[in-house]
Design a protein around this ligand. Structure first.
Ligand code: PGA
Length: 255
């Protein structure tokens, strides 16, 4: 994917409830996303719909992603889905380390295992990082740095092409109606910091992963976040289930 294409990802989380609804939303998104030259759209439905949704589109402008994966490709692990299963069934991307999974107990170490095996299996990884709250001393910078370095332990430069990092401050994610997106200057500051962490780890000459923002993105704030926030793309929750809103976001990103 060209570096200049914006990466716009819809994370459907535990929605919708039926395949019929999932298809309807995907086909609505496809009408717009399938035409855009400057956007790589990724739709991440729940596991149970992945294969069917993947079969509805054959081009490159839309890709299918999973919301998580297990840390092993073989063995007896009841209830788990392996990176190979995703790869062989039309899935190209996987979201790892989302704060909602971290809240269920996933550690950086566990996420690192999943990042490693997913990249080795040939999946593109969207690694999520984000602080739960902000303090006046700027400790959250150290927190983000540690999350990134721990989650990328053992990852070599050769895999960076298949990695993107989604910065999602937990307090800006819309699990309650009070949450609001972060301001674009705060986003910009963090994006610069994340780039510095990556440059220190991988060297200045390395092509950097794409850096995305997520947390209460909607059609009203998309333009400003993309322009002033200095991000290469967006990770979108609620608005990614709304054909109209998501299409608007895609069109804004395309222009
Ligand atoms: P939101 O979710 O867009 O609904 O805030 C973002 C996310 O959890 O990735």
């Amino acid at each position: 994917m060209s570096k200049n294409k914006k990466l716009i990802i819809a994370n459907w989380k535990m929605n919708p409830e039926s395949l019929a609804e999932a298809k309807k939303i995907f086909l609505g998104i496809k009408k717009v996303a399938g035409k855009l030259l400057n956007v790589q759209t990724v739709v991440c439905p729940p596991f149970i719909f992945l294969e069917e949704i993947a079969s509805l589109y054959k081009g490159h402008r839309i890709a299918i992603g999973a919301q998580d994966v297990f840390e092993k490709n073989t063995g007896s692990f009841t209830g788990m889905i392996s990176p190979n299963m995703l790869k062989k069934n039309g899935v190209d991307y996987v979201i790892l380390g989302h704060s909602e999974r971290r809240a269920l107990g996933e550690s950086d170490e566990y996420i690192n295992n999943k990042v490693r095996i997913s990249l080795k299996t040939g999946l593109k990884v969207i690694l999520c990082v984000g602080e739960k709250e902000r303090d006046n001393q700027g400790q959250y910078f150290i927190f983000i740095k540690n999350q990134i370095l721990n989650s990328l332990e053992g990852i070599t430069k050769s895999f960076l092409n298949n990695l993107s990092i989604a910065y999602e401050p937990v307090w800006a994610i819309s699990n309650n109606s009070k949450n609001k997106a972060m301001s674009s200057d705060q986003i910009y500051e963090m994006i610069i910091f994340i780039k510095k962490v990556l440059t220190d780890k991988f060297g200045v000459k390395t092509k950097m992963p794409q850096i995305l923002y997520g947390g209460s993105v909607n059609p009203k704030n998309t333009k400003e976040i993309l322009k002033e926030g200095g991000v290469d793309g967006l990770l979108i929750g609620r608005a990614g289930l709304d054909i109209k809103k998501f299409s608007e976001i895609l069109n804004i990103a395309n222009n």
